[in-house]
Write a protein that binds this ligand. Structure first.
Ligand SMILES: Cc1cc2nc3c(=O)[nH]c(=O)nc-3n(C[C@H](O)[C@H](O)[C@H](O)COP(=O)(O)O)c2cc1C
Length: 358
């Protein structure tokens, strides 16, 4: 029987030649004005044998930026930069979707290089520090609470980002609803203290996230839109209690959208079987992530718990991860001092297997 990791599959209109997905990873190497540059083109080109690449988090607007040197998808120069990335990946036979990440309140203003608003569902600061320009953890800004009548225009910014990604030749988009960023800030009661139709009950807290997904789906087709989420993830000050109370209504509300995929960062919670919860409440294909190996990933697919599996850190040091998993070759270890710094180093200088053997 053929190894399910290396069989093809489809997620919406995305055609994967294998079920090994590159998980989104912020690497802080964008050029001036948050434009994708030569090293980014090379980095993604090297990893194009993945069945699907999900890019690092990309801000849909200037206001969406919170970290140092993250790329955008709102200016003409940024679109042109991403077109070079898309072309390079396609020339190698790969597929690539862009993760749209709006930081909301998770902003160190010095990381931006310009003045702009900091926004969130409520005027509550992120309790965690995040790295500033020098990599040292710094306080985040106090956000301004969004007015309800601003939300349709904000959702439209995500739709424009999706359109811009497609204009660049990127195959689809993934909405980042995990890890305490804007969409997660709406979903989670710790960061959403609103008393209007967008806060309080789960039905209200999911309203803006669903509005954004609908806008993105209307813009480029739901079959090119994925959603990343992580029930019970505490990152950036999220409340981890009773995640099913929020995520079951979210999954049910999304069902009619018929998205391309759900990308589940599975925390391995004791209180709920996250993957079973997702399957029970959605017919959408699932990409599963978190600390997987070839064996655990294969087992998830064989058990019907995943349609594809994603790898983050393993792709950093192994541009040819698919070939290594196929042959059982050893995996190189990433240099953790160069995750977010080093330009070419620790980024595009990890050799492929044959070169490593030579
Ligand atoms: C350097 C680094 C940057 C990351 N940036 C993002 C990001 O921009 N968006 C996101 O959804 N997850 C991000 N993640 C999380 C990964 O996508 C993935 O969920 C995590 O690394 C667990 O998978 P792994 O055990 O295969 O590495 C990042 C992880 C790392 C190591």
């Amino acid at each position: 029987m053929s190894d399910p990791l290396f069989t093809s599959t489809t997620l919406g209109t995305l055609k994967l030649s294998n079920r090994i997905v590159m998980s989104p990873m912020t690497r802080d190497r964008a050029g001036p004005d948050d434009v994708p540059n030569d090293v980014m083109v090379e980095y993604y080109r090297q990893r194009a044998s993945a069945g699907l690449i999900v890019t690092e988090g990309v801000q849909p607007s200037a206001v969406g930026k919170g970290y140092w040197r993250t790329p955008g998808i709102w200016s003409d120069a940024q679109i042109a930069g991403w077109a070079r990335v898309a072309d390079a990946v396609h020339a190698e036979g790969g597929q690539i979707v862009m993760q749209i990440m709006h930081c909301g309140r998770v902003v160190v203003p010095a990381n931006r290089g310009y003045e702009a608003d900091v926004i969130a569902p409520s005027a509550l600061p992120c309790p965690d520090k995040v790295p500033g320009p020098d990599g040292v953890p710094a306080e985040t800004a106090l956000p301004r609470a969004l007015a309800a009548d601003e939300l349709p225009a904000l959702a439209a910014e995500f739709a424009t980002a999706a359109r811009n990604a497609r204009a660049a030749g990127i195959d689809g988009v993934e909405l980042h609803a995990s890890s305490g960023y804007l969409i997660n800030q709406f979903l989670n009661p710790a960061s959403n203290h609103r008393t209007d139709a967008f806060g309080g009950s789960a039905e209200n807290r999911i309203r803006f996230p669903v509005m954004v997904l609908q806008a993105m789906a209307d813009a480029i087709g739901a079959n090119r839109v994925g959603l990343r989420f992580s029930p019970g993830n505490p990152y950036n000050g999220m409340d981890v209690a009773n995640p099913a109370d929020t995520f079951i209504p979210l999954l049910k509300a999304m069902a009619p959208l018929d998205l391309a995929y759900l990308h589940v960062l599975d925390m391995g919670l004791a209180e709920i079987d996250t993957l079973a919860m997702v399957r029970a409440n959605s017919a959408t294909p699932i990409i599963v992530n978190n600390m997987l190996t070839a064996d655990t990933g294969r087992a998830l697919i064989e058990a019907g718990r995943a349609d594809a599996v994603s790898f983050g850190r393993a792709f950093i040091a192994n541009p040819d991860l698919v070939a290594r998993l196929r042959t059982g070759a050893p995996l190189a270890k990433p240099d953790y001092t160069k995750l977010y710094t080093g330009e070419e180093q620790g980024y595009i200088d990890y050799p492929a297997m044959d070169a490593a053997a030579a």
